[in-house]
Design a protein around this ligand. Structure first.
Ligand SMILES: Nc1ncnc2c1ncn2[C@@H]1O[C@H](COP(=O)(O)OP(=O)(O)OP(=O)(O)O)[C@@H](O)[C@H]1O
Length: 250
Protein backbone atom coordinates (compact mmCIF):
# COMPACT_ATOMS: atom_id res chain seq x y z
CA UNK A 1 0.00 0.00 0.00
CA UNK A 2 2.66 2.50 1.10
CA UNK A 3 6.40 2.29 0.61
CA UNK A 4 8.98 4.86 1.70
CA UNK A 5 12.40 4.46 0.15
CA UNK A 6 15.09 6.39 2.00
CA UNK A 7 13.16 9.60 2.45
CA UNK A 8 14.71 12.64 4.10
CA UNK A 9 12.55 15.63 4.98
CA UNK A 10 13.29 19.27 5.80
CA UNK A 11 11.07 21.92 7.42
CA UNK A 12 11.97 25.57 6.80
CA UNK A 13 15.45 24.50 5.73
CA UNK A 14 16.07 22.35 8.81
CA UNK A 15 16.60 18.64 8.14
CA UNK A 16 14.19 16.72 10.42
CA UNK A 17 14.10 13.19 8.94
CA UNK A 18 16.94 11.17 7.46
CA UNK A 19 16.75 8.04 5.34
CA UNK A 20 13.39 6.68 6.49
CA UNK A 21 12.39 3.32 5.02
CA UNK A 22 8.94 1.86 5.63
CA UNK A 23 6.65 -0.66 3.95
CA UNK A 24 3.00 -0.91 5.00
CA UNK A 25 1.12 -3.69 3.23
CA UNK A 26 -2.65 -3.79 2.52
CA UNK A 27 -4.53 -4.54 5.74
CA UNK A 28 -1.61 -3.69 8.01
CA UNK A 29 -1.69 -1.16 10.79
CA UNK A 30 1.67 0.14 12.00
CA UNK A 31 2.21 2.23 15.12
CA UNK A 32 4.89 4.83 15.62
CA UNK A 33 6.41 5.48 19.03
CA UNK A 34 9.11 7.98 19.88
CA UNK A 35 10.04 10.88 22.14
CA UNK A 36 8.70 14.40 21.59
CA UNK A 37 10.22 16.30 18.70
CA UNK A 38 11.81 13.33 16.90
CA UNK A 39 9.85 13.77 13.67
CA UNK A 40 6.76 11.54 13.88
CA UNK A 41 4.31 14.26 12.82
CA UNK A 42 6.81 15.39 10.20
CA UNK A 43 6.72 11.90 8.69
CA UNK A 44 2.96 11.80 8.28
CA UNK A 45 2.90 15.41 7.06
CA UNK A 46 5.42 14.50 4.37
CA UNK A 47 3.45 11.40 3.34
CA UNK A 48 0.30 13.53 3.03
CA UNK A 49 2.25 16.12 1.03
CA UNK A 50 1.67 19.21 3.18
CA UNK A 51 3.56 22.12 1.64
CA UNK A 52 5.76 22.92 4.67
CA UNK A 53 7.49 19.54 4.43
CA UNK A 54 10.14 19.25 1.71
CA UNK A 55 11.27 15.77 0.70
CA UNK A 56 14.98 16.31 0.07
CA UNK A 57 15.84 12.69 -0.81
CA UNK A 58 14.10 9.38 -1.44
CA UNK A 59 10.72 8.35 -2.84
CA UNK A 60 7.18 7.83 -1.56
CA UNK A 61 5.19 5.12 -3.36
CA UNK A 62 1.44 4.64 -2.83
CA UNK A 63 -0.33 1.69 -4.49
CA UNK A 64 2.83 1.23 -6.55
CA UNK A 65 2.84 4.79 -7.93
CA UNK A 66 5.47 7.41 -7.15
CA UNK A 67 3.60 10.21 -5.32
CA UNK A 68 6.67 12.02 -3.93
CA UNK A 69 5.85 15.27 -5.70
CA UNK A 70 2.07 15.10 -6.02
CA UNK A 71 -0.01 17.84 -4.35
CA UNK A 72 -1.96 17.04 -1.18
CA UNK A 73 -5.40 17.04 -2.86
CA UNK A 74 -4.25 14.48 -5.43
CA UNK A 75 -2.90 12.23 -2.66
CA UNK A 76 -6.29 12.50 -0.90
CA UNK A 77 -8.05 11.59 -4.16
CA UNK A 78 -5.83 8.51 -4.49
CA UNK A 79 -6.91 7.33 -1.04
CA UNK A 80 -4.69 8.84 1.66
CA UNK A 81 -6.32 10.42 4.71
CA UNK A 82 -4.85 12.04 7.81
CA UNK A 83 -5.85 13.27 11.23
CA UNK A 84 -3.32 15.86 12.37
CA UNK A 85 -2.81 17.08 15.94
CA UNK A 86 -3.84 20.70 15.51
CA UNK A 87 -6.16 21.20 12.53
CA UNK A 88 -7.21 24.80 11.78
CA UNK A 89 -10.53 26.38 12.72
CA UNK A 90 -12.66 26.93 9.61
CA UNK A 91 -15.09 29.76 10.33
CA UNK A 92 -18.05 29.90 7.97
CA UNK A 93 -17.84 26.20 7.04
CA UNK A 94 -20.07 23.93 9.12
CA UNK A 95 -19.14 20.40 10.17
CA UNK A 96 -22.11 19.18 8.12
CA UNK A 97 -20.80 20.89 4.97
CA UNK A 98 -17.27 19.64 5.61
CA UNK A 99 -18.45 16.04 6.04
CA UNK A 100 -20.50 16.33 2.83
CA UNK A 101 -17.43 17.60 0.97
CA UNK A 102 -15.26 14.78 2.37
CA UNK A 103 -17.90 12.24 1.36
CA UNK A 104 -18.48 13.80 -2.08
CA UNK A 105 -22.16 14.28 -1.14
CA UNK A 106 -22.64 10.52 -1.06
CA UNK A 107 -22.67 9.81 2.67
CA UNK A 108 -25.40 9.90 5.29
CA UNK A 109 -24.04 12.68 7.45
CA UNK A 110 -26.49 12.21 10.36
CA UNK A 111 -25.83 8.51 10.66
CA UNK A 112 -22.05 8.97 10.65
CA UNK A 113 -22.34 11.83 13.16
CA UNK A 114 -24.38 9.58 15.47
CA UNK A 115 -21.54 7.06 15.53
CA UNK A 116 -19.18 9.82 16.68
CA UNK A 117 -21.55 11.49 19.21
CA UNK A 118 -21.38 14.57 16.98
CA UNK A 119 -24.96 15.23 15.86
CA UNK A 120 -25.12 18.38 18.00
CA UNK A 121 -21.99 19.74 16.32
CA UNK A 122 -23.13 19.53 12.69
CA UNK A 123 -24.28 23.16 12.48
CA UNK A 124 -21.13 24.57 14.13
CA UNK A 125 -18.08 25.87 12.29
CA UNK A 126 -15.34 23.26 11.89
CA UNK A 127 -13.31 23.19 15.13
CA UNK A 128 -14.84 26.52 16.22
CA UNK A 129 -14.60 26.48 20.01
CA UNK A 130 -14.19 22.68 20.03
CA UNK A 131 -12.42 21.01 22.95
CA UNK A 132 -9.37 18.83 22.25
CA UNK A 133 -11.41 15.61 22.32
CA UNK A 134 -14.17 17.12 20.16
CA UNK A 135 -11.59 18.09 17.52
CA UNK A 136 -10.40 14.46 17.36
CA UNK A 137 -13.95 13.16 16.93
CA UNK A 138 -14.71 15.77 14.28
CA UNK A 139 -11.55 14.86 12.33
CA UNK A 140 -12.46 11.17 12.47
CA UNK A 141 -15.99 11.95 11.31
CA UNK A 142 -14.51 13.64 8.22
CA UNK A 143 -12.23 10.64 7.61
CA UNK A 144 -15.18 8.24 7.90
CA UNK A 145 -16.87 10.24 5.15
CA UNK A 146 -13.71 10.39 3.02
CA UNK A 147 -13.18 6.61 3.22
CA UNK A 148 -9.42 6.55 2.63
CA UNK A 149 -7.57 3.34 1.81
CA UNK A 150 -4.64 4.42 3.97
CA UNK A 151 -5.24 6.47 7.09
CA UNK A 152 -2.73 8.21 9.33
CA UNK A 153 -3.75 9.21 12.85
CA UNK A 154 -1.55 11.51 14.94
CA UNK A 155 -2.11 10.70 18.64
CA UNK A 156 -5.82 9.85 18.23
CA UNK A 157 -6.36 9.17 21.95
CA UNK A 158 -4.63 12.27 23.29
CA UNK A 159 -7.09 14.55 25.12
CA UNK A 160 -9.98 12.10 24.65
CA UNK A 161 -11.92 10.97 27.75
CA UNK A 162 -12.08 7.29 28.71
CA UNK A 163 -15.54 6.66 27.21
CA UNK A 164 -14.76 8.44 23.96
CA UNK A 165 -11.51 6.51 23.44
CA UNK A 166 -13.77 3.57 22.58
CA UNK A 167 -15.63 5.80 20.10
CA UNK A 168 -12.32 6.85 18.55
CA UNK A 169 -11.24 3.20 18.28
CA UNK A 170 -14.54 2.23 16.64
CA UNK A 171 -14.16 5.07 14.15
CA UNK A 172 -10.65 3.94 13.24
CA UNK A 173 -11.88 0.37 12.78
CA UNK A 174 -14.83 1.62 10.69
CA UNK A 175 -12.33 3.21 8.30
CA UNK A 176 -9.88 0.29 8.30
CA UNK A 177 -12.53 -2.40 7.88
CA UNK A 178 -14.48 -0.85 5.03
CA UNK A 179 -15.41 -3.61 2.60
CA UNK A 180 -14.95 -6.47 5.09
CA UNK A 181 -17.43 -8.70 6.90
CA UNK A 182 -18.50 -6.94 10.10
CA UNK A 183 -20.41 -9.48 12.21
CA UNK A 184 -18.95 -11.51 15.05
CA UNK A 185 -15.45 -10.18 14.69
CA UNK A 186 -12.82 -10.95 17.25
CA UNK A 187 -9.63 -8.91 17.59
CA UNK A 188 -7.82 -11.63 15.63
CA UNK A 189 -10.39 -11.54 12.83
CA UNK A 190 -10.19 -7.76 12.71
CA UNK A 191 -6.52 -8.08 11.85
CA UNK A 192 -6.85 -10.81 9.26
CA UNK A 193 -9.96 -9.39 7.55
CA UNK A 194 -9.17 -5.74 7.12
CA UNK A 195 -8.03 -4.48 3.73
CA UNK A 196 -7.30 -0.84 4.48
CA UNK A 197 -4.04 0.21 6.11
CA UNK A 198 -2.99 2.65 8.77
CA UNK A 199 -0.13 4.41 10.50
CA UNK A 200 -0.88 5.56 14.04
CA UNK A 201 1.29 7.76 16.22
CA UNK A 202 0.80 7.00 19.89
CA UNK A 203 2.66 7.74 23.10
CA UNK A 204 0.56 5.60 25.43
CA UNK A 205 -0.45 2.73 23.13
CA UNK A 206 -4.06 2.90 24.46
CA UNK A 207 -5.45 2.96 20.94
CA UNK A 208 -4.03 -0.54 20.39
CA UNK A 209 -6.61 -1.88 22.87
CA UNK A 210 -9.22 -1.06 20.21
CA UNK A 211 -7.27 -1.15 16.96
CA UNK A 212 -4.94 -4.15 16.72
CA UNK A 213 -1.55 -3.17 15.37
CA UNK A 214 0.73 -5.43 13.32
CA UNK A 215 4.11 -3.73 13.59
CA UNK A 216 5.55 -0.93 15.73
CA UNK A 217 8.47 1.37 14.97
CA UNK A 218 10.45 3.73 17.14
CA UNK A 219 11.31 7.09 15.62
CA UNK A 220 14.47 8.36 17.26
CA UNK A 221 16.40 11.47 16.27
CA UNK A 222 14.77 11.68 12.89
CA UNK A 223 15.02 8.11 11.74
CA UNK A 224 13.17 4.83 12.24
CA UNK A 225 15.52 3.13 14.66
CA UNK A 226 13.84 -0.22 15.17
CA UNK A 227 10.69 -2.19 14.42
CA UNK A 228 8.95 -5.12 16.03
CA UNK A 229 5.97 -6.51 17.91
CA UNK A 230 3.88 -3.54 19.15
CA UNK A 231 3.12 -4.86 22.65
CA UNK A 232 6.68 -6.03 23.25
CA UNK A 233 8.09 -2.70 22.11
CA UNK A 234 5.69 -0.72 24.27
CA UNK A 235 6.64 -2.83 27.30
CA UNK A 236 10.33 -2.36 26.49
CA UNK A 237 9.94 1.43 26.22
CA UNK A 238 8.04 1.54 29.53
CA UNK A 239 10.68 -0.55 31.24
CA UNK A 240 13.90 0.78 29.75
CA UNK A 241 13.12 4.04 27.94
CA UNK A 242 13.51 4.81 24.23
CA UNK A 243 17.29 4.90 24.02
CA UNK A 244 17.92 1.59 25.71
CA UNK A 245 15.02 0.02 23.85
CA UNK A 246 16.47 0.81 20.43
CA UNK A 247 20.01 -0.18 21.46
CA UNK A 248 18.74 -3.48 22.77
CA UNK A 249 16.93 -4.21 19.51
CA UNK A 250 19.92 -3.24 17.39
N1 LIG B 1 9.42 25.49 11.05
C1 LIG B 1 10.27 24.77 11.77
N2 LIG B 1 11.55 25.19 11.92
C2 LIG B 1 12.42 24.48 12.64
N3 LIG B 1 12.12 23.32 13.26
C3 LIG B 1 10.87 22.87 13.14
C4 LIG B 1 9.88 23.56 12.39
N4 LIG B 1 8.73 22.86 12.45
C5 LIG B 1 9.00 21.78 13.21
N5 LIG B 1 10.27 21.78 13.64
C6 LIG B 1 10.93 20.82 14.53
O1 LIG B 1 10.88 19.53 13.97
C7 LIG B 1 11.03 18.56 15.00
C8 LIG B 1 10.06 17.40 14.75
O2 LIG B 1 8.73 17.83 15.02
P1 LIG B 1 7.53 16.80 14.99
O3 LIG B 1 6.28 17.58 15.26
O4 LIG B 1 7.60 16.01 13.75
O5 LIG B 1 7.88 15.87 16.22
P2 LIG B 1 7.04 14.69 16.89
O6 LIG B 1 7.95 13.51 16.98
O7 LIG B 1 5.75 14.49 16.20
O8 LIG B 1 6.80 15.28 18.36
P3 LIG B 1 5.59 15.12 19.43
O9 LIG B 1 5.69 13.72 19.99
O10 LIG B 1 5.93 16.14 20.47
O11 LIG B 1 4.30 15.40 18.74
C9 LIG B 1 10.80 19.31 16.32
O12 LIG B 1 12.03 19.48 16.98
C10 LIG B 1 10.23 20.64 15.88
O13 LIG B 1 10.54 21.69 16.77
Amino acid sequence: MLRLEGISVAVDGRQILQDVNLHIKPGEVHVLFGPNGTGKSTLIGAIMGFARYTVTAGKIYFKGQDITHLPVDERARRGIGVMIQRPPTLRGLSVREMVQICGKNQVEVESLAEKMNMVDFLARGVNEGFSGGEIKRSELLQLMAQQPDFVMLDEPESGVDIENIAVVGQAANYILERGTRKNGQTIKRRRTDRQKSGLIITHTGHIMEYVPADIAHVMYQGTLSCSGNPQEMLACIHEKGYEECINCAL
